[in-house]
Design a protein around this ligand. Structure first.
Ligand code: WTA
Length: 650
């Protein structure tokens, strides 16, 4: 764990400001009391959160049913996520929110839309009726493959309203990636758009859907949002325009009363081996977790304008763009395009224009802006901001300090939030009105969360010693399984220790108990805050006809955190060179998406392997990073392979 050294030098501490603390939902006193309750009686703590933050149609018989590694939360209770995100803001006690903006949206070309809670409620009810009309029933799966337009949010909420389980597939993924995910989840309907805007140009989505669906016999209908107006082909009997269907349905659709453990969504994420894992989340526990963390950590208030820059294709977009913020009745800003179009100040101009008060983004974006120069944010009035957040990878202290100084004007607390697709919601984080922050540390576990740093044997390591991050007690937002693969769920997360969740990250704690996350300990690469498995990229490369074998590893990259480096052995007689390199990169883009495209490709006659034939990625990582090879190489099958790889570096 080599990062420990550099992190030890970080001594700066930032106390919550008096101004912030005065108004915070969770004052220091409240946070301390809840932390104590969460430690002594976690079930009571979560029950209190569930009562405070969620409206239930039927109460639970039991808070938690824990048969490791399977948890059920709020057993026997009924609720509905869409009801909590919409209906309770348009009727009853909070009916005054009817005409409050739920979504403020800006397209990349500069077009804008506003949907009030009443309007969003109406759209969701209508689209829920569209889904029903197309034969979607409770328990069915629906794939959503869209640009970041309000209809993506409408589609998600409409599924939850009728108890259909959605699987959002990031619009940047390829047709093949979409096909695999549609088939794995057994989706019967796909919601998509003709395309969207990126970097000043329209990109197409519908052709990728057509290509994917050639191999998806289970899909009977496709609903297409018109966004760009570019021509698309519509298959008669299967494809329908969103607007045409919406014009035919009623706006009356009561929210289904769903069991607390009803499947809410599946979201695919990378693992170390094989195909992506369909992470399954359910209803009542997930909603409790995201609603209470949103309120406590982002301190969301009715007069805030909150912007989480994630796409709805990632878990951050599920939990902290859609479900958490809408559950607490917030105004959510959405932006369709890239951060630097038409100029490097696009984000800052929108913060000024809309008066955004809370910004939640990823370290990779922050590092990009640092490189682009301070003059761009400085051109704009960012004084509306009052809180900043970070997620997706460890934030380096320099980036933290820049974010604090240049974007936050030294007045905004920063919440560095650690969590995963699997955890559903934030687990380790500062509480902005209560917990002093240290640049580079996600600080302390959220109340009720029993996180620790353990060694291989499951013993807690001493302060400052590196180890494995672990969660020792179940929590309401935790994954309930991997779709269709019980064994993989048990093996991946619950086999390292007994009854303890293993997230796959390394960490250490300081004397104050603060957590410092050191990154993944497995082979999963974190590129721009997105997890990419080595296996998927390797399979894509090897599927190129001129390639015999491939291994990919990550190397540190100033902007994206990690860049993908591929080591490739061409088939006998095939010539390695620029042309093949370009083809390989294009091949990966086609099979997975541009996000997985290798930054470097090295050709080699052979890959370093152990006697049992396992590729020694540790060695490749050193070579990719240009480091001297250290550590044990005695299991290397062929020393000369290493020497040759090094030569090709020179
Ligand atoms: C990493 C994103 C350090 C970590 C919500 C984790 C972080 C993986 C942080 C999950 C953070 C996320 N500090 N590392 N604040 N947040 N990570 O599933 O390695 O896309 O395991 O979920 O991102 O990525 P995922």
């Amino acid at each position: 764990m080599p990062d420990i050294e550099s992190l030890l030098k970080e001594k700066r501490v930032f106390e919550p400001s008096a101004d912030f603390t005065k108004r915070a939902h969770w004052s220091k006193r409240k946070a301390d009391a809840l932390r104590k309750l969460g430690a002594q009686n976690p079930e009571k703590f979560w029950a209190q959160m569930a009562e405070e933050h969620v409206t239930w149609f039927k109460p639970w018989r039991k808070v938690l049913d824990w048969k490791p590694p399977y948890a059920k939360w709020f057993v026997g209770a009924q609720t509905n996520v869409a009801y909590n995100c919409l209906d309770r803001h348009v009727e009853g006690e909070h009916a005054w929110r009817r005409n409050k903006a739920a979504i403020l949206w800006e397209g990349e070309p500069g077009d804008t839309r506003v949907l009030t809670y009443a309007q969003l409620h109406r759209e969701v009810c209508k689209f829920a009726n569209v889904l029903k009309g197309l034969g979607v029933a409770k328990g069915d799966r629906v794939a959503i493959y869209m640009p970041l337009v309000p209809e993506a949010v409408v589609a998600m909420l409409a599924c939850t309203r009728i108890g259909a389980t959605h699987s959002v597939v990031f619009g940047g993924f390829s047709a093949e990636a979409l096909r695999d995910r549609v088939n794995d989840a057994g989706a019967k309907l796909v919601v998509t758009a003709d395309g969207g805007y990126r970097r000043g140009k329209a990109f197409a989505l519908k052709p990728a859907v057509d290509e994917a669906l050639d191999g998806c016999p289970g899909v009977s209908a496709v609903v297409v949002v018109k966004r760009t107006g570019e021509p698309v082909s519509m298959k008669a009997g299967r494809d329908h325009w969103w607007d045409a269907l919406m014009a035919t349905v009623s706006a009356d659709c009561p929210a289904a009363k769903l069991d607390s453990e009803h499947p809410l969504f599946i979201l695919y994420t990378s693992g170390t081996t094989g195909k992506p894992k369909g992470i399954l989340h359910t209803t009542g526990g997930y909603l409790t977790h995201v609603a209470c963390t949103t309120k406590a950590i982002f301190d969301l208030r009715d007069d805030d304008i909150y912007w989480c820059t994630a796409d709805v294709g990632w878990v951050t977009g599920h939990s902290y763009v859609v479900y958490g913020p809408l559950a607490v009745g917030a105004t959510v800003f959405l932006y369709e395009g890239v951060p630097t179009y038409p100029g490097p100040d696009r984000w800052w101009s929108m913060i000024e224009k809309w008066g955004i008060t809370i910004l939640y983004t990823a370290p990779t974006a922050i590092r990009t802006f640092i490189r682009l120069g301070d003059e761009h944010p400085k051109k704009h009035d960012l004084s509306s901001l009052r809180l900043l957040g970070s997620v997706g990878e460890p934030i380096n202290p320099e980036a933290w300090i820049w974010y604090h100084r240049v974007i936050g004007g030294k007045r905004c607390p920063i919440v560095d939030t650690w969590w995963q697709t699997e955890t559903g919601g934030i687990l380790i984080t500062p509480l902005p009105g209560a917990v002093p922050t240290k640049p580079g540390s996600a600080t302390l576990p959220f109340p009720g969360i029993d996180a620790a740093v353990l060694d291989e044997a499951g013993r807690e390591v001493p302060a400052r010693a590196g180890g494995f991050l672990a969660v020792r007690r179940p929590w309401p937002g935790m994954l309930r399984g991997i779709w269709g693969d019980k064994k993989r769920y048990e093996d991946t997360y619950w086999s390292k220790w007994k009854k303890i969740y293993f997230p796959g990250d390394g960490a250490h704690r300081d004397e104050k108990g603060y957590f410092w996350i050191l990154g993944r300990v497995d082979d999963v690469m974190n590129v721009s805050g997105h997890r990419i498995g080595t296996m998927e990229v390797e399979s894509a490369i090897v599927s190129h006809e001129d390639v015999a074998e491939a291994a990919v590893v990550g190397r540190p990259d100033e902007i994206t955190g990690t860049a993908i480096v591929a080591f490739v052995t061409p088939r006998a007689g095939m010539r390695a060179g620029r042309e093949l390199m370009d083809e390989i990169r294009a091949h990966v883009t086609k099979h997975i998406g541009a996000i997985a495209k290798p930054a470097d490709v090295h050709f080699t006659d052979a890959l370093p392997k152990t006697r049992s034939g396992k590729i020694m990625r540790r060695l490749l990582r050193d070579i990719a990073a240009g480091k001297e090879t250290v550590g044990d190489t005695t299991t290397l099958e062929d020393y000369s392979v290493l020497a040759k790889l090094r030569e090709s570096e020179e």
